[in-house]
Write a protein that binds this ligand. Structure first.
Ligand code: ACO
Length: 449
């Protein structure tokens, strides 16, 4: 994979320095699909220059064979398979197998994989006790970061990533335990007893069972709702080198254990510009309140002086309709129909908001379309999840992507510790003057008055 000799190397780019009259050739590497890349690995060594790319808008940080996105045409493929095919023909564990191993499983592989995952769904009982150390009103994502990080203190036999067997056990444990961890975070916040996993249920049904069942009553759920949950996980399974995945890779590049790396990914996902956006969409729709108020919020979103943005709109990579958003919209329709809630005011408001934004010049010119989060919150709310759980559900679906990307990185022969450089804009060297600095500059003056 990392052996570029197999890839056709095009005519190199030439950098010419007018001042020194020297030139430098930059090789171009071709991928299987998508833009070619300039190989700048020797740039600093040969020219003394760094590249400058805040937010990594033009930087490929690794090579990968897992996920391909064509943002201009709204295409998303995992291991070559279109997301629409996977969402309509596969189940989540099949997609997990595909991401981890590179191919769809045979029926025997699938049976074995399901069996392995279902035998790892329980948590160490001491880990269950850890929940009781959190405040009841803790955000479930805070609990997720803590409990997933703590897995490394419990499963010592799968933290040596140089051993292929330990690597695979860690992958299986994370995929299997993450729904249990998420469901327990919910149960803790509502003060209900933890519900232990039931391994005869499917992945999605087991999660819904651990989240919504109570020991006093029978638990029954419509297969359509289970399917919607499963599809939600598929649509979130992986998304190339986004912020949380890059966080997992960067943490893992130092040799950190996989549980710690996934905890870092969960922390990154929490932000409202990333996984927290589905929670923010519902808050925004509730704030807008009714169709008549939409123009006020569209105006706010377009105002550069106003920090308000239309949540669930826009994407760093998609400059077209996010293909996951169209499946999610369809799924929202199916779920609300199943629950007899098609007239749900938030859904109606979202449909209208989408229509107005898509016909507005600002959104057209900037190529801002609904992303995966725009309709997902509506589905989750209808299923009975509180908004604070939305990002947890995203994390459950994304865990397989994170761990597959981590595994790919560990197995890459050119795996190097991630260490970006910077454009320094601070002080030049200055004389050490403690007293005068304190008097003139201290921002803490008011503290020690
Ligand atoms: N509403 C209004 N204006 C927007 C929006 C939005 N949702 N998104 C982008 N813009 C504008 C920006 O203000 C900027 O305008 P300018 O050129 O006049 O400065 C222009 O469009 C380009 O936006 P950037 O912020 O430069 O785009 P970037 O790729 O950095 O950001 C992001 C992408 C963070 C997703 C952004 O579109 C956003 O904040 N959207 C809302 C939050 C959201 O839905 N996040 C979920 C992303 S999907 C995911 O993580 C699963």
């Amino acid at each position: 994979m990392a052996d570029y000799d197999d890839n056709k190397i095009d005519t190199p780019f030439t950098l010419f320095n007018n001042e020194t009259g020297k030139s430098f050739e930059i090789p171009v590497i071709k991928g299987t699909d998508g833009p070619d890349v300039l190989d700048i690995r020797k740039l600093y060594q040969d020219t003394g220059l760094f590249t400058y790319d805040p937010g990594f808008t033009s930087t490929a940080s690794c090579d990968s064979s897992i996920t391909y996105i064509d943002g201009k045409n709204g295409i998303l493929r995992h291991r070559g398979y279109d997301i629409n095919d996977l969402a309509s023909k596969s189940d989540f564990l099949e997609v997990c197998y595909l991401l981890l191993h590179g191919d769809l499983p045979s029926s025997e592989d699938k049976r074995k994989f399901n069996e392995v995952i279902s035998t790892h769904t329980m948590l160490h009982e001491q880990l269950v006790n850890l929940y009781r150390g959190f405040r009841r009103d803790a955000h479930p994502m805070a609990i997720m970061v803590g409990v997933v990080g703590a897995l490394s203190a419990f499963y010592h036999d799968s933290t040596d990533f140089s051993d292929i067997n330990q690597r695979m056990i860690a992958c299986h444990r994370l995929i299997a335990k993450i729904p249990t961890i998420g469901a327990m975070a919910y149960k803790y916040s509502v003060g209900q007893p933890f519900v232990y996993p039931k391994n005869n249920l499917s992945y999605a049904e087991n999660f819904l069972y651990m989240t919504f069942s109570v020991p006093t009553e029978n638990f029954e759920i419509s297969p359509k709702i289970v399917k919607a949950m499963d599809r939600f996980f598929i649509l979130h399974a992986d998304h190339e080198q986004n912020a949380s995945t890059s966080t997992v890779r960067l943490a893992g590049s130092s040799g950190a254990n996989p549980f710690a790396c996934i905890a870092a990914g969960i922390a990154s996902l929490w932000g409202p510009a990333h996984g927290g956006a589905n929670e923010a969409v519902i808050k925004m729709l509730e704030e807008i309140g009714s169709v008549e108020n939409i123009p006020i919020y569209i105006k706010k979103a377009k105002d550069n002086e106003d920090p308000f943005r239309l949540m669930g709109f826009g994407h760093r990579v998609y400059k077209n309709y996010d293909p996951r958003a169209s499946v999610m919209k369809e799924s929202a329709h199916e779920v609300l129909k199943e629950l007899n809630k098609l007239d749900d005011p938030l859904f109606q408001l979202a449909l209208e908001l989408e229509k107005i934004a898509l016909n507005d010049n600002y959104f057209i010119e900037k190529k801002l379309f609904p992303n995966v989060d725009f309709y997902s919150g509506i589905i989750l709310k209808a299923l009975g999840f509180p908004t604070s759980m939305f990002t947890v559900l995203f994390a459950i679906g994304r865990t397989v992507g994170w761990i597959s990307q981590w595994k790919e990185m560990i197995e890459d022969p050119i795996n190097k510790i991630g260490r970006p450089r910077q454009l320094y804009k601070g002080h030049n060297s200055r004389e050490y003057q403690l007293e005068s600095t304190r008097e003139k500059k201290s921002i803490f003056k008011w503290l020690w008055k």
